[in-house]
Design a protein around this ligand. Structure first.
Ligand SMILES: Nc1ncnc2c1ncn2[C@@H]1O[C@H](COP(=O)(O)OP(=O)(O)OP(=O)(O)O)[C@@H](O)[C@H]1O
Ligand SMILES: [Mg+2]
Length: 145
């Protein structure tokens, strides 16, 4: 599946993320979401809105130093991962990331570049692109599932 949106504000991006959350909840796309985009393009903004769909509204920021944030939820395990500081797939092996990919888990990953060549299972990819206009982003979803 491929889908494209144009966002003209952070609020727009959040609403698009809520659409994506519904697609995940309906099992139309994989709950393992990899978000690519330049610094400040809106990855955390997008993930904050995804998390709000499952009732998590506080304490969301890029886990740049902790690498993995686990958010408590009664039915699911929800993880927010930031691979920005990791330099090799071997390094990613050491943080236990691959143990998170259980069908009942929601996993949202920022900066997946370091492992994207080794992602040999179905997943959802979100790409955020700056455009010529300020506060505007092109958002692309691709999913094999
Ligand atoms: N259309 C838009 N969608 C999302 N964010 C926008 C938009 N327009 C402006 N912004 C601003 O861009 C910034 C996005 O920051 P955010 O932390 O979400 O990016 P990020 O991709 O996670 O950055 P980092 O790479 O540092 O983790 C926010 O300050 C937000 O207000
Ligand atoms: Mg971020």
């Amino acid at each position: 599946m491929k889908k494209e949106w144009f966002s003209s504000s952070p609020e727009d991006t959040s609403n698009i993320a809520l659409e994506v959350a519904v697609m995940i909840e309906n099992k139309e796309i994989s709950p393992w979401v990899f978000l690519k985009g330049d610094i400040g393009s809106g990855k955390t903004t997008f993930i904050r809105a995804l998390l709000s769909f499952w009732g998590i509204t506080e304490g969301v920021s890029s886990p740049t130093f902790s690498l993995i944030h686990h958010y408590p939820h009664p039915q699911k395990n929800i993880y927010h991962v930031d691979l920005y500081r990791l330099r090799s797939p071997e390094e990613v092996d050491t943080i236990g990331l691959y143990d998170l990919f259980h069908p009942e888990n929601l996993v949202f990953v920022e900066w997946p570049e370091v492992i994207e060549d080794s992602l040999c299972f179905p997943h959802t990819r979100i790409q955020l692109f700056y455009t010529e206009e300020e506060n505007s982003r092109r958002i692309l979803l691709t999913s094999e599932a």
